[in-house]
Design a protein. Structure first.
Length: 402
């Protein structure tokens, strides 16, 4: 017999999606690269021109940036399916990358299989060129790429680092922590890939890099300056914020003067925060030399009945992507999606939406939490609720390592 969780129960379980496993991120990293390359952003072109003028001190690399490798215009790269590809994937392995935090080291945490690494994102209307670390580094020469957001963004950051680090010799790369920032430097390229912890984008009491808990949230919906001064000067910015809002349908927040704390509807609060962010973007981003991305929400996969009617599990032990192209789980809020569309649509600055929600929805097998076999067994012995939370493994480790 199967029952769907009651609304109250689900509210408690609203907890967390999940850092996507690196595989999802591969797709997105490629998309960022490709977007950098496309004519619209003119990014690479500019870079190539600036390189012309600096020829004397540039080492030539065996790269081929031909136009045929640029994604055809008009192709929605976010619409497609995951294709089995054990010939060219994975692009890196967990073991080969020393920069992953424990939370996302799936094998080390006890995941027995590795098939989740062998899926390639295949857009319906075009082909994505294979990821090329040297090209990405060339595109980043002299630049700062910064990921801003919650632990999902940290996963993006780490994956990006893992994707490029193997082509950089030892001694020419480093990872530095200046909380709440992490900075990976590729010395020979004078390039950095950075991460900035800001789970709500705007200011909140959860902004400490490690000492924070989703159980206690207070967001300053109209304040972003403390964070944004760290974002200034980054050449490429990738923003994301979602999970931390979704712990409860209401959230404590302040807006304007006087500083009264009020409970806000999350949809309303999210919009106000995003507008604060958007205001900063329009005032401080120089579209001539800066490029901004906004990444849509990552899904949860907390209830297996969503893809396997009649079951009553979570995504633990899932090993294959969903192939039903219309699948959409309850963890991805359409309200929030609409808010994102709306706020981005009103921006004067060109911000590219990385709409990864659908392609991530398919990857019920991709959650880092589904890999925590041993932890899960330990937790099963405790309350059911806690083990149910596993798909949002963050809730277990939030204070201290998220
Ligand atoms: C670059 O790629 C194009 C198209 O794939 C190919 O025709 C050309 O020969 C390549 N050039 C070099 C130098 O590899
Ligand atoms: C790749 O996948 C195919 C189909 O599942 C399988 O027959 C083949 O053995 C796999 N190759 C490797 C190298 O794992
Ligand atoms: C974490 O933050 C809370 C409140 O912000 C504070 O009371 C506590 O002492 C901090 N803990 C550590 C270990 O810094
Ligand atoms: C808001 O804060 C008050 C006072 O600390 C607390 O009782 C209430 O549960 C909080 N509301 C939410 C939605 O967290
Ligand atoms: C929050 O606002 C949305 C959109 O206005 C509405 O659909 C939803 O019911 C509200 N939720 C709560 C808890 O008030
Ligand atoms: C996980 O799945 C595998 C194969 O699909 C199965 O053999 C195993 O018993 C499952 N483990 C658990 C704990 O459900
Ligand atoms: C993102 O893509 C989904 C379907 O894949 C779509 O429903 C949604 O509206 C898109 N979001 C935006 C903001 O365009």
């Amino acid at each position: 017999m199967t029952t769907q969780p009651s609304p109250e129960y689900r509210r408690i379980q609203f907890l967390f999606p999940v850092a996507l496993a690196s595989l999802l991120i591969l797709g997105t990293a490629r998309i960022i690269l490709d977007n950098l390359k496309n004519n619209q952003s003119n990014f690479l072109r500019e870079y190539l021109q600036s390189r012309e003028s600096e020829k004397h001190r540039v080492v030539r690399l065996p790269i081929n940036i031909s136009d045929s490798e640029v994604i055809e215009e008009g192709c929605n790269v976010f619409e497609g399916k995951w294709k089995w590809d054990n010939k060219s994937y994975p692009l890196y392995t967990e073991e080969s990358c020393p920069y992953l935090v424990k939370q996302v080291t799936c094998h080390r945490n006890g995941r027995p299989d590795s098939v989740y690494q062998n899926w390639r994102w295949q857009p319906r209307a075009c082909k994505l060129p294979r990821f090329n670390a040297l090209k990405l580094l060339e595109a980043l020469r002299g630049k700062r790429l910064m990921f801003v957001g919650d632990s999902i963004q940290r996963g993006m950051f780490e994956s990006m680092v893992c994707l490029v680090q193997s082509v950089i010799p030892d001694g020419k790369k480093s990872l530095k922590r200046i909380p709440p920032r992490k900075i990976f430097t590729a010395e020979e390229y004078d390039a950095s890939i950075e991460y900035y912890w800001a789970p709500f984008l705007v200011e909140s009491i959860s902004d400490h890099a490690t000492n924070h808990t989703v159980m206690k949230r207070l967001v300053k919906l109209d304040s972003v300056a403390k964070h944004s001064k760290e974002w200034e000067g980054a050449d490429i910015l990738v923003f994301e914020s979602y999970v931390w809002w979704r712990h409860d349908p209401l959230i404590n927040a302040t807006y304007g003067y006087p500083y009264n704390v009020q409970e806000y509807n999350v949809t309303t609060a999210y919009r106000l925060a995003l507008e604060t962010w958007a205001n900063w973007i329009d005032n401080r981003i120089n579209p001539n030399n800066q490029k901004v991305f906004f990444m849509s929400m990552s899904p949860t996969h907390l209830w297996s009945w969503e893809w396997k009617p009649g079951s009553d599990e979570n995504c633990f032990n899932e090993s294959r992507p969903i192939q039903d192209s219309s699948y959409w789980g309850t963890g991805s809020s359409l309200d929030i999606m609409e808010t994102v569309r709306d706020v981005l649509g009103k921006l004067k600055t060109d911000v590219t939406l990385l709409n990864i929600t659908q392609l991530s929805e398919f990857r019920k097998d991709g959650h880092t939490s589904s890999l925590w076999g041993t932890q899960r067994q330990a937790l099963d012995k405790r309350t059911k609720i806690r083990s149910q939370n596993l798909c949002g493994l963050h809730s277990l480790v939030f204070t201290g390592s998220a």
